[in-house]
Design a protein around this ligand. Structure first.
Ligand code: ATR
Length: 283
């Protein structure tokens, strides 16, 4: 029988993987719980992903792991038992071995809502939300916001056909719109979510006038580099509450850690400070 310390191991797999902050997050929790586990970043190219998944099941070196770009869709397809969340998204970011089966879920939506729960409790009283963007990252957000019971979810995207595809996928409470509709849609919204790459990594973002929104609306961005994105800075300058996207990254890691290592970790200020310091040091 394998040494139990040997099996207390998890990974994050992606390509490129060297900028992943997941090892920092899970390493922090492993130390906090004084567990002799490990969490490693694994660089695996798309052509090697299927054999990688096969080896996971064969050699049992890992309890499971996280999956990031570009493997989330393939991970879902290759899992033996994706849950309903992953099934609807067609993508998985968390894998674990259980009863000899490779199980899969997607915790991005949980991370998104847990971040808002932490920094803006009551956000889910919003009847109406506007989501900017219809790329891969917006799917889990749409699903999570819908599952928390937000009545009307308006997806606004430069390419309207992509927004339409998501509206079709996520049901009758989700509607697709072109960019021009933004101001009108904002009038009813108490939640504004940017899921586009606008403003990422120091890029400029177009000016957004948030003034049509209710005074008690909250604006959040899933981009967290920089922490205060141009969209958040604009919203704040216009007097709106804002929540940055770093907490989504931190919270999405919680369910995986619990599956692999048996303890439910907490997203605390020390963890956030650790990741912020790393971002400041390495960009
Ligand atoms: P991700 O998986 O990170 O969401 P993606 O699938 O490439 O990445 O989606 C990026 C999102 O940002 C899309 O909604 C994209 O709009 P399009 O669907 O029209 O491409 C949006 N986006 C990126 N650059 C943009 C820009 N300059 N103006 C408006 N939207 C932009």
């Amino acid at each position: 029988m394998a040494d139990s310390r040997e099996t207390l191991a998890a990974f994050v797999v992606g390509s490129p993987i060297r900028h992943s902050r997941s090892p920092l997050i899970h390493g922090h929790w492993l130390r906090q719980f004084e567990l002799e586990g490990s969490y490693r970043a694994l660089e695996v190219l798309p052509t090697d992903f299927e054999p990688f998944i096969a080896s996971l099941k064969a050699d049992r070196r890992y309890r499971g792991g996280n999956v990031t770009i570009p493997h989330k869709e393939r991970a879902f397809e290759l899992a033996d038992q994706p849950d309903a969340l992953a099934e609807e998204l067609g993508a998985a970011n968390t894998l674990w071995l259980e009863d000899g089966l490779l199980k899969a879920t997607n915790t991005d939506g949980y991370g998104f809502t847990a971040n808002l729960d932490q920094y803006h409790p009551g956000w889910d009283k919003a009847h109406c939300a506007v989501i900017l963007g219809a790329g891969g990252a917006s799917r889990a957000v749409i699903q999570a916001v819908r599952d928390r019971g937000i009545g009307e979810i308006h997806v606004v995207n430069r390419t309207q056909s992509r927004a339409k595809a998501l509206a079709d996928r996520f049901g009758e409470r989700v509607h697709a719109h072109p960019m021009e509709a933004l101001a009108e849609l904002m009038a009813d919204a108490r939640l504004f979510i940017n899921t586009t790459s606008l403003g990422m990594d120091g890029e400029a973002a177009p000016e957004i006038d948030f003034s049509p929104m209710r005074f008690d609306a909250v604006v959040t961005d899933i981009v967290y580099v920089p922490l205060e994105t141009p969209i958040l800075a604009m919203a704040k300058a216009q007097g709106f509450a804002t929540v940055d996207g770093l907490g989504m990254l931190l919270h999405q890691a919680v369910p995986g850690f619990e599956k692999w290592f048996g303890r439910r970790p907490v997203v605390d200020d020390a963890l956030r400070a650790l990741v912020v310091r790393d971002m400041e040091a390495h960009g």
